[in-house]
Every structure is written in C-alpha cells, then in structure tokens.
Design a protein around this ligand. Structure first.
Ligand SMILES: C[S@@+](CC[C@H](N)C(=O)[O-])C[C@H]1O[C@@H](n2cnc3c(N)ncnc32)[C@H](O)[C@@H]1O
Length: 384
C-alpha cells in the first residue's frame, strides 16, 4: 500500500530541509507550585506552542536540538471523520476545529507528523495514537511503516461511551482505539498498570482467597511452595528435613522458607505439606489488558473539565503517562486540544510540551494549566 511513497528517511530529510518558523515567546506563567516542589526536570521548560505541529516539530528538532528528547508522545489527531466540532456552550470560534480530509491527503498529513515524532522520541520512548474506527486500519499500516512492525506493542480497544439509540442500520459504535508503538521495543520505558477489581472479579477473588486469619481477619489463599523440575542448588535441598516433592524444587531457598515460616507466612496441612499464605490485601489490583472499559470520556458523561469538544478522560491519560514514562521525563502531545495529556503529565511530575494550531485550544490550555493544584510554570509560544 505504501510502496509508492518516499522512504521515511527521505521524507524526514525533506521536511527538515524546510525553513523552520520564527517562534515568539508570548507569555511566561508562574504556575501554582514553585519549581522547588516540582519533581520534574527543572532545566527543561514546560511549554505550549500555537502553530501547525509540522512547523513546530521542525523548529524543535532543528532550532532547539530536541531530537531524541521525548520519552512519551500521545496524540489524538483528527480522525478524518468528516465532522466539524464545536465546544459545549458554543465555541469561541465557529466551529472549534474541522476534521474533514480525503483519505490519501489525511494519510500523508499524518505520516509527515509521525516521521517527526519518531525523530523526537528517545531510544526508550514510545507513542500512543488514539484513533476512531474510520481510519484505524490505514493508520496501523502507517505506524508499521514509520515505527517498524517489530516495535508494535498493542492495539488498545477503549470503550468511549455507553451505547446510544443509533438510528443507523449497523451496530452502534462505542469503542475507539489506541495504538501503542515503541521507538525500540526492547528498550522502552514501561511498567504494567493495574486497576481495582470490578464486582464480578471481587466475587471470584473471594472464592479464591477463602481462608481468614483469626487474629487479623485478613483473607488469604494457600499456594504451593514448589515448582516443577529438580535442582542441584539450594532450592533442591531439604528444608526442615523435608525433600521437595519428586521431580520438583522449592520456590525459595531453605533459609528464606525458614524466615517465612517464622513470620507465620507458611501453613502446614494435616499431613505436614507446607503452603504459602498469599493475602488478598497485598494484590496490586488487576493487571490492565488491551481492553479498557473503565475510561470513558467525560464529554459523554456530562462531566467535562474544559468543555472542549474532543476532550479526553484525564484518567485515561494518567494511566498511559504512568505506564510509559518516569518522573522527570518529557511528555509530548502534538495535537493537545484541551491539554489533557499535559494536565496528566504535570500531576504526575513529568515535563511536558504541547502544540495546537487552534486559538481556542491555546486559550483553554493556558487556563487549565494555571488552575487547580500541582500546576507547574510554563512558557507559551506562537509561530509567526
Ligand atoms: C481530537 S483533538 C485533541 C483533543 C485532546 N486529546 C484533548 O483531550 O482535548 C485534535 C486537536 O488537534 C489540533 N490539530 C489538528 N491539526 C493540527 C495541526 N496540523 N497542527 C496543530 N494542531 C492540530 C486541533 O486543533 C484539535 O485541537
């Protein structure tokens, strides 16, 4: 499909050979918490830019030397959905922004931007691309081309809203998608997120954790302390005169087993078979999979923070920021809209840069990043 296109390297060189725009500092905002309370990197300014993101990324790479500086990029670009979006309560501009492209034009527009994002990402960096059903298949192929199929991680299916009474002669659409790619899959920053269990999962867990400690009331289950395979080392040695069962070894060395027994973490069955206590309250939650049913958008729940028409759920962004970056890392959103990514990054002590071409987005983000607690200083720029 992409055989007719220039290689990503050629495309990148072509874009970066264009003169970058002039950029003016229009405001310096002090933030509600001082830099001394901020765990991010204070040598790295938090910034928002108003301008076309292709121009601004060209500027960041060629004038600010920022290639390889971004750990996490999240983008929620137009979906080529042929919509004109308006803010709730009436936009300051009419419409707030337009999302209408021909397919080929859309793909080239997005590809150019992905090539520059790839350049901005660090070796341990990653990108999340949020996309609707309209162009998701096409965008996956673009991402394979720019980032390499070997760096594809997941397609997250996200439930974006409850089902509505659709009059269309097709199934109602309640999901959108988030593609997750690494710059280099083996080196990526990532920590598995967990979530609280739902009612059904809790009920199932209560059946598994069916024992209760008399003194504390803590629920626990008993798990074997041996695993398949014989071992010559410490875990193959007897403990309290007991050999590991035939064809197995202890999961811990005898010294550790003794420690656990002294801490009352091992229980013995009637015939003396030892098992480890695993407590319900020590679980970190349920590991998050690629199906996200718990992060619907506020817009659909009438709880929006800014009222920007495509504002995403900030908890969705917090999950992504926590999973794919560490404190002090740089988080980037080239289609920032109402600044949800930046707000999540700021709360979680990451540095951030956002770009949007719209006047309304620029104003909303300025307000949003000054309000509430935990907001850090930032600079605002416009391209000429
Ligand atoms: C779907 S919205 C992003 C919403 C955002 N995730 C949020 O939570 O509010 C897409 C945004 O991209 C901006 N945009 C589209 N094309 C752009 C371009 N070439 N350069 C900069 N911004 C652009 C639009 O103005 C719009 O605000």
């Amino acid at each position: 499909m992409l055989a007719h296109l220039d290689s990503t390297e050629t495309l990148k060189e072509d874009i970066l050979s264009e003169e970058p725009p002039e950029v003016d500092l229009v405001s310096e905002i002090s933030g509600t918490r001082g830099l001394d309370e901020y765990a991010g990197d204070i040598d790295q300014d938090n910034r928002i830019y108003q301008g076309d993101n292709l121009d601004v990324m060209n500027y960041l790479i060629t004038e600010e030397d920022m290639a390889g500086e971004v750990t996490l990029c999240y983008i929620d670009p137009p979906y080529a959905a042929d919509h004109a979006f308006e803010s709730r309560g009436g936009g300051r501009n009419d419409p707030t922004y337009k999302d209408s492209f021909e397919d080929a034009e859309y793909l080239e527009y997005l590809r150019e931007r992905l090539v520059l994002i790839h350049e901005l990402l660090s070796e341990d960096g990653s990108i999340y691309v949020h996309i609707g059903e309209e162009m998701m298949a096409h965008v996956k192929i673009l991402l394979d081309d720019v980032f390499g199929r070997e760096n594809y991680e997941n397609t997250i299916s996200r439930k974006k809203c409850h089902s509505k009474n659709s009059t269309k002669k097709r199934y109602g659409n309640v999901q959108d998608f988030i593609f997750f790619y690494a710059k280099n899959s083996d080196k990526k920053t990532w920590e598995r997120p967990a979530r609280p269990p739902n009612k059904e999962e809790k009920e199932r867990a209560m059946k598994e954790y069916r024992y209760e400690e008399e003194e504390t009331g803590r629920k626990y289950m008993k798990v074997p302390i041996h695993a398949p395979g014989e071992r010559d080392g410490e875990t193959g040695e007897p403990w309290r005169g007991m050999e590991p069962p035939e064809g197995k070894h202890w999961t811990y060395p005898p010294e550790k087993l003794e420690e656990m027994a002294e801490e009352d973490l091992i229980v013995f069955s009637g015939n003396g078979n030892p098992r480890k206590k695993v407590y319900y309250d020590q679980r970190d939650g349920v590991p998050v999979t690629d199906m996200w049913l718990d992060k619907r958008d506020y817009y659909n729940q009438q709880q929006a923070i800014t009222g920007y028409p495509t504002e995403k759920n900030v908890e969705l962004l917090e999950r992504i920021v926590e999973a794919s970056s560490n404190e002090g890392d740089l988080v980037f959103d080239a289609f920032m809209g109402s600044g949800t990514t930046l707000a999540a990054a700021d709360t979680l002590n990451r540095n951030w840069i956002g770009i949007d071409k719209g006047d309304e987005a620029f104003e909303i983000v300025q307000e949003r990043m000054q309000e509430g607690s935990g907001h850090s200083p930032f600079k605002m720029y416009k391209t000429r």
